[in-house]
Design a protein. Structure first.
Length: 100
């Protein structure tokens, strides 16, 4: 029983909250600017944290193909082809928000 409580706590902790790259307010602005849904934002945050599709699926309680489907839609909407390009787009968006 203790293990499921630990997993629940892990699921509740937002990956950006433990990141040195963004604070939560910046992250919310970036997600809004990129028009990411809440689920897409959860997945992208975990990609930023270096998680695999399988680890993301486990953390969010969804299947790996579902993670890949969400990621595919993110790639299409942002007109990027891979995770590196996605990360570049996220950080460019952050930089542009800092300039405003």
């Amino acid at each position: 029983m203790e293990e499921s409580g630990a997993r629940s706590k892990q699921q509740d902790e937002h990956p950006i909250a433990s990141s040195d790259l963004f604070d939560l307010a910046e992250w919310e602005l970036v997600c809004a600017e990129l028009s990411l849904s809440e689920r897409q934002a959860d997945i992208v945050a975990r990609i930023i944290s270096g998680k695999s599709d399988q680890a993301i699926a486990h953390a969010l309680g969804i299947s790996t193909p579902t993670v890949r489907a969400h990621l595919h839609r993110v790639f299409e909407s942002l007109k990027v082809n891979d995770r590196v390009s996605l990360l570049v787009q996220v950080f460019r968006t952050l930089r542009n928000l800092d300039r405003v």
